[in-house]
Write a protein that binds this ligand. Structure first.
Ligand SMILES: [Zn+2]
Length: 266
């Protein structure tokens, strides 16, 4: 019985470690996706800053054309002043000159404001481009690190698989099937240590008689969580214990003896 317990505990450790490695392996691509998303976002910011600069550029080209047109009109009106014959004509032309000059001045102010915006946008673009470079380098780093870790994990998993197969082969098939069934339903823990008259898998109490049987080295089942239950005086309380699950209390914990698939001495 002691050998069976030890083999089951060993199998559980392997299965849990293996599951942890598999989970880490599955989580790795997300790191790349995240770094890619950050880079894409900063590239978009850079493109937006660049587009804003282009818009200001086009705006100023248009403004300059319009300013020129107003200035030219004003100059033409000024030339007409020489040939006016009445004060009313002169006043009308003066009015036109004033209007064209005022329009040119107003548009020049717009152009100045655009230049000021451009200064800010150029700084934003420089910042965005620096960030793109930084994030691109970071993405390269993440890809390299993830690829290396993937290889490491794959190698570790292969090593685990070899050890796992050996341990599973050493187990009685009925016990193995039973362990697998419980483990599948209990986050990978098919066997739990009893400690202080409690199942460390679900934290429910075991009744005194069960506790006594456990202390005599029997392999029982927890009435609350169905995990195989054993007691090991050699294990310190702080050693690897299955994580407790939140489960509804199950009356006064009354352990029931496991019906052994056969009188396996193991
Ligand atoms: Zn339990």
């Amino acid at each position: 019985m002691q050998a069976l317990i030890e083999t089951l505990v060993k199998l559980q450790t392997i299965e849990l470690d293996r599951a942890r490695l598999s989970q880490e392996l599955r989580a790795l691509p997300a790191e790349i996706t995240q770094a890619e998303a950050a880079l894409t976002a900063s590239e978009r910011q850079s493109a937006e800053a660049s587009a804003a600069l282009n818009r200001e550029d086009s705006l100023r080209t248009r403004l300059e054309r319009e300013i020129d047109a107003h200035r030219q009109k004003a100059a033409r009106f000024r030339a007409q002043l020489d040939s006016v014959t009445t004060p009313a004509q002169a006043a009308a032309i003066e009015h036109e000159i004033q209007f064209e000059s005022a329009e040119a001045d107003r548009l020049e102010n717009d152009e100045y404001a655009s230049l000021e915006r451009t200064e800010t946008q150029e700084a934003a673009l420089a910042q965005a481009r620096a960030r793109v470079e930084l994030l691109a380098a970071e993405l390269d780093g993440v890809r390299t690190r993830v690829a290396a870790r993937q290889q490491e994990l794959a190698a570790e998993l292969r090593a685990f698989d070899a050890g796992r197969e050996a341990v599973r082969a050493a187990l009685d098939p009925d016990w193995l099937a039973r362990f697998d069934r419980i483990a599948a339903a209990r986050n990978g823990t098919g066997i739990a240590r009893a400690e202080n008259q409690q199942c460390t898998g679900c934290r429910m109490g075991v009744r005194p008689q069960t506790w006594n049987q456990l202390r005599e080295g029997e392999l029982l089942a927890c009435d609350s969580c169905s995990r195989l239950l054993y007691w090991d005086p050699a294990l310190a309380p702080a050693s690897k214990a299955p994580q407790p699950e939140a489960e509804a209390p199950f009356g006064p914990g009354a352990g029931r003896a496991v019906r052994r698939p056969r009188q396996a001495g193991a």
